[in-house]
Design a protein around this ligand. Structure first.
Ligand SMILES: Nc1ncnc2c1ncn2[C@@H]1O[C@H](COP(=O)(O)OP(=O)(O)OP(=O)(O)O)[C@@H](O)[C@H]1O
Length: 617
């Protein structure tokens, strides 16, 4: 590979701070690898003294592999590619050793004691109810944001609408508990590391001496506290080499702080700027339109993206009638072009479910970037399955007592408790009918309900779900209670939609459950063959490239991901636009953007980003 002049300039930078502002596909990773070699080979820097910080474990891995490919045989020993968290953990362990204390990490979900369980327990104690998975995610994300942005939780509450009752109390109890017991979550690794570096002169000097050259990849998604740690470490030599594309900052919700890049000049008046505006990855068609598109954002360094690659095919915007036609379109493309170097990208992970079902049915190999799809263990999916299981055996009180109030029938807790004292092998409805003084009206209701469940056993899974949703009025319950679960009704409907999609090809409950298990298995044991189709959220596709990219489900509300409850401020819109841009710029040769007009009876609007692209083209 022949390096460009601009790449050369950045690679040849040795001492002092530098910010490399680059566009997608400009070879940022390439530059970090070549610069590392340059420091070692031409400037006699000891490999141990270079610390390259990557965004995620997988990008650290990717960088190592690319290094190997570019410089086969070069002794990589001592060169450190690490995430900031892994660096911080090392520092904390050393500190703990000196202080003869011990910190326990509580991130691993597989351990019995972990932060998820701790937060669930605190939430239950404070709010007297169980927290849903969605709310737990909101809670964790808010705590993380506060830590990463180094803000006061009170200020956070004042500036944000958060759907968690007693958030401040939960936050305080959680923080105090961890402190008392020396527990660490990922965010504490950062806060504690910063405290150590600020308070322990010995360790600060030691680590400054240990790493003389610091390189930071994906600088745009580094949080405020991470940047503080890195700057403190690099000081006073300030041999800090940051590579970034502010247009690809997509982790604002987790505290990414691209503002740090805009402050670079102020923080380092003598700092050097390098620009890499040539995209080596994509065709002229893709580069030109994505460039015009991102220019609609106001908060950004102005860059002019160019490419020497030739024109190939225009970006393809496809509007079909419904999601089935979207899938058919993709299948046809895969049939014509094969699965090699192809990705299907989407805004929300739920989209993966429909794609997995369709690809599996057509025996097409795929791999998912996010292997733990929460769909398969989601409470809503479990509840529908449980109602179907209950239909097959209406004596199963252990199922019914958790669901009776979510369907029609006006059954009371007292009646359930009474029924539990009767013969446990008898049908639950017959038992409730024994309730002392129960009116004829109630009995009629119960007989009807019993009949409803009998009917369900005669239906195929697809029709059974529809029956549960409408006739048993489970859908009504979801509509009225979605907020309680930290979700919108539209999202809950999508869960049902995908469940029905999978149910369509099955004839019995056991076959249906078997299919769900099989799809979940395929998802978590993803095909790693290079010639399988990659399914990924745009977030997880960061840094990757494919010959052919389909972006799917491009519906207003879905992408940009705004619902009726979320605020549509300029900042969030710009972040969504950056995310869309990251998706577009993953494509080397062919980019297809797909939207559809209807989802069942509901009419949809195409994503506003497609409107923008159509206007710009
Ligand atoms: N000088 C060059 N000549 C030819 N190809 C290059 C050159 N530099 C980089 N590339 C290629 O361009 C592609 C993009 O490089 P790389 O992935 O490093 O870009 P990036 O800036 O990290 O991209 P992004 O930020 O969009 O993820 C890769 O396929 C890489 O091999």
């Amino acid at each position: 590979m022949e390096l460009s002049l601009n790449q050369e300039k950045a690679i040849n930078h040795v001492n002092g701070p530098a910010l490399v502002l680059a566009v997608p596909g400009a070879g940022k990773t390439t530059v970090i690898i070549h610069r590392t070699i340059n420091l070692i080979s031409n400037h006699r820097v000891n490999p141990d003294k270079i610390l390259s910080i990557t965004f995620s474990k997988s990008s650290a891995m990717d960088m190592k592999n690319r290094f190997e490919k570019m410089y086969p045989g070069f002794n990589r020993t001592g060169i450190k590619f690490s995430t900031i968290h892994s660096f911080c953990y090392g520092l904390i362990r050393e500190y703990a050793y000196i202080k003869k204390t011990d910190y326990k990490l509580i991130e691993e979900e597989k351990n019995a004691f972990n932060k998820y369980n701790l937060l669930k327990k605190i939430y239950l104690e404070i709010n007297n109810e169980y927290i849903t998975e969605e709310k737990l995610e909101i809670l964790i994300s808010a705590i993380s944001y506060i830590k990463n942005m180094m803000i006061n939780p009170n200020d956070f509450i004042n500036a944000n609408k958060i759907e968690i009752d007693n958030f401040l109390r939960i936050y305080t109890v959680y923080e105090n508990y961890k402190k008392r017991h020396n527990l660490l979550d990922f965010d504490d690794m950062l806060t504690i590391s910063l405290e150590i570096l600020n308070s322990n002169k010995y360790l600060l000097a030691k680590y400054r001496d240990k790493y003389n050259y610091i390189q930071l990849d994906e600088g745009q998604d580094t949080s405020k506290i991470q940047m503080e740690i890195i700057r403190l470490l690099a000081s006073p030599k300030d041999n800090l080499f940051i590579v970034a594309d502010d247009d690809q900052s997509i982790y604002g919700f987790r505290g990414a702080y691209p503002q740090g890049l805009f402050d670079f000049k102020k923080d380092y008046p003598k700092g050097k700027f390098f620009y890499m505006e040539n995209n080596f990855r994509s065709t002229k068609n893709i580069v030109s339109l994505s460039n015009k598109f991102i220019k609609k954002n106001k908060t950004r360094y102005n860059k002019n993206i160019t490419t020497e690659n030739s024109y190939l095919e225009p970006i393809n915007i496809i509007k079909v009638n419904n999601i089935d036609e979207q899938y058919k379109y993709i299948l046809k493309g895969l049939e014509e072009n094969g699965p090699n170097s192809t990705a299907v990208l989407f805004r929300n992970n739920l989209s993966a479910v429909g794609l997995i079902e369709i690809l599996e049915k057509n025996k097409l190999p795929f791999k998912t970037r996010d292997t733990k799809l929460k769909f398969f263990n989601h409470w809503l999916v479990n509840e529908i399955l449980n109602l179907m299981k209950f239909a097959e055996d209406t004596s199963r009180m252990e199922i019914f007592e958790n669901l009776y109030y979510k369907i029609k029938g006006y059954i009371s807790k007292k009646q359930i408790n009474y029924a539990k004292t009767l013969d446990s092998n008898a049908c639950v409805f017959d038992r409730i009918m024994e309730y002392p003084g129960i009116s004829e009206f109630y009995k009629k209701n119960l007989r009807e309900l019993k009949l409803d469940f009998k009917r369900i056993t005669k239906l195929k899974p697809y029709d059974a779900i529809k029956y549960i949703e409408s006739i048993l009025e489970y859908g009504e319950y979801l509509k009225e209670n979605s907020k309680k679960y930290g979700m919108t009704y539209d999202t809950l409907k999508m869960y049902i939609f995908y469940l029905e999609l999978i149910a369509k090809s099955t004839n019995s409950l056991s076959e249906f459950i078997g299919r769900l298990n099989h799809l979940q298995y395929l998802c978590s044991n993803s095909n790693t063959n290079s010639d399988s189709i990659t399914l990924s959220t745009v977030h997880s596709a960061k840094g990757l490239e494919f010959d052919r990219v389909y972006m799917v489900d491009l519906i207003e509300g879905e992408f940009p991901n705004f619902n009726q409850d979320s605020s549509e401020d300029l900042e969030s819109l710009e972040e969504e636009r950056r995310l869309f841009y990251v998706g577009m710029t993953r494509a080397k040769k062919y980019l297809t953007l797909i939207t559809y007009k209807n989802l069942e009876e509901k009419q949809l609007e195409q994503s506003r980003f497609l409107d923008e692209l159509q206007e710009l083209d």
